[in-house]
Design a binder for this molecule. Sequence first.
Ligand code: UDP
Length: 360
Amino acid sequence: MSSSSSYRLLVISTAVAPLGSGLGGGVELFVKNAVQSLQQRGHQVTVLAPAGSVLAVGDLIQLPGQWQPTAHTSERSSPIVMPEPSVLAAMMGYAREVQQKFDIILHFCYDWLPFYLTPFFQTPIAHYVSMGSLTDAMDTVISQVAQAHPGTVGVCTQVQAETLPAADRYRPIGSAVDLSLYDYCDRPGTHLAWMGRISPEKGLEDAIAAVAIAQVPLKILGKLENQDYWQHLQATYPDAPIEYLGFLDTAGLQAAIRSCRALLMTPKWVEAFGNVAIEALACGVPVIAYRRGGPTEIVRPGQTGWLVEPDSVEGLVDAIARIDQLDRQACRQQAVTEYSLEALAQRYEQWFHDILSPQP
Ligand code: UDP
């Protein structure tokens, strides 16, 4: 092992799509921020990712193969799927070959294989689980690893952990934003914002329904993951005051949202974290979110946003009417205090230290 102050770290990215494609959703930001923050602290970081990935930081090794199906489109009883040839199998095979060169492996795949393979590796594996409970097979393998290798399974939030079996066995690691990339805006225009993957579990329909009632314009940003769903929304709300800006990179995203009055978050699932919330806060944009999942641990009601009864469009409309009571400076300040890359890196370092030097 290298000196305790500097780890040699192998990061295994999500296998559902190349980094930078947007198809991975928030997990792409989790990977990027982990790599960047740990590298800034002097750790040596190598990243394995599907071919076609774009990552400006870290030593990137790209491997070919078919992507994994996304877990959020699976049924609870869905079997494990390994497309052939599998990029996940390629990444795990590569990791096994080179593991002796690393102190610890950190992986971000919401997939069965890395969990199953854990006892067959000599180098310890830290598992970052970026979604809540979705399938029986994943619940089983995640909780088995959490029990057999205590302290090695990290999650975004406690509320996410509570969706999984053995909820007290997970370590909340949270998320971060690179604050230098998000500009604070004190003088918003009239728009609201909604951003994320356009897919049913994100509940865009409720945000559109709310702005149709409130007659407030809404900017929509994000990957069009489910075309049928998007067409259905447009057909259902032909006159809603919405504008779709496409999938933007971080620079474009922050430029588009920072002048918005608030971000709407209307998830239908238990959002494990909700990176878009802290990206908005970093720009001084308050967050109006359903009281469900990660946003409940992020939003400070009455100060940096409002938490609304889940699935209540009326509740959203009511919260939109009360945006002026929120404090944009407090939003930026919360991002600075709680979600800096530096703070994230320290949580990772402590996690790795605890895995590598377990208390008896
Ligand atoms: N995002 C982006 N461009 C866009 C809209 C969204 O890069 O135009 C990113 C955003 O930065 C965030 C991710 O999409 O990192 C969504 O992550 P979140 O954790 O909110 O949800 P998930 O997709 O993981 O369910």
